[in-house]
Design a protein around this ligand. Sequence first.
Ligand SMILES: [Cu+2]
Length: 282
Amino acid sequence: MAVSQQQASSRDRRTGFVLGVALWLFTLATLWLFGANLHKMPPPASDFAPQIDAILWVILGISVIGFVGLHLYLGWVALSRPAEVRAIYLPADRPKEWLWVLVPIGLLLVADLTFDHMSNKVWGAFFGKPPANAFEVEVTGQQFAWHVRYPGADGRFGRTNPRLISDENPIGLDLSDPAARDDILLINVMHVPEGRPVMIYLRSRDVLHSFFLPPMRIKMDCVPGYTTRMWFTPQRKGNYEIACAELCGMGHYNMKGLLVVEDEQAVQNWLAQQTPFSKRGQ
Ligand SMILES: [Cu+2]
């Protein structure tokens, strides 16, 4: 049985109304979820953190404007669509098609260059050479823990050798190297001084991990067979979580450690209480 033109029109109108309202409600709900701040980052606690946050806010701002604008417009089109307009055939229109290609490319390029300009400064510092007085720590990821190594009194990390890795020697520290004898090796705990650049060397014993300090806005992959590094200056005392941000196996969720930011003197006192790896069990 054929549907009359009038029935079809009122059904189109209803569909348009439902679609338009749904699009607007979806937009409002998304904005509300965003405003409710369900996934907010912890307050920034390092020197780079405010700059990284600024980049994230600009990216988010541009995305929100695009998202809200587009959805409000789509909803409005659905709501205001006259019922009698049927689908029509549009012949190719080269200039218009080029416009549809070039305008988005232009907008994306402007956004991209803005992000580049903002991030180059902080990225350059982040991955570049740290100040000479940096406090050095090495972290080796392993399923599912962080081995934290301090160079000890000589200020030099001793040699490691993967062949020496065992349950007792988790990072394969080579004690025939004099520089290794005072190295301090800990698990899942790291103390660093407030207000002094901290250089972190990152390694992995098995699979890819990602060393993540959310309040410092620091995140870097740990790659097997390779040493990655980055530095930052902690600017707020406190206890923070060290998280793994790379799905690395069944225990990934449980791969976490404690980062303590405190006075330089407190860090030195704490380090003085630790037994070097070579003297353990003696
Ligand atoms: Cu991991």
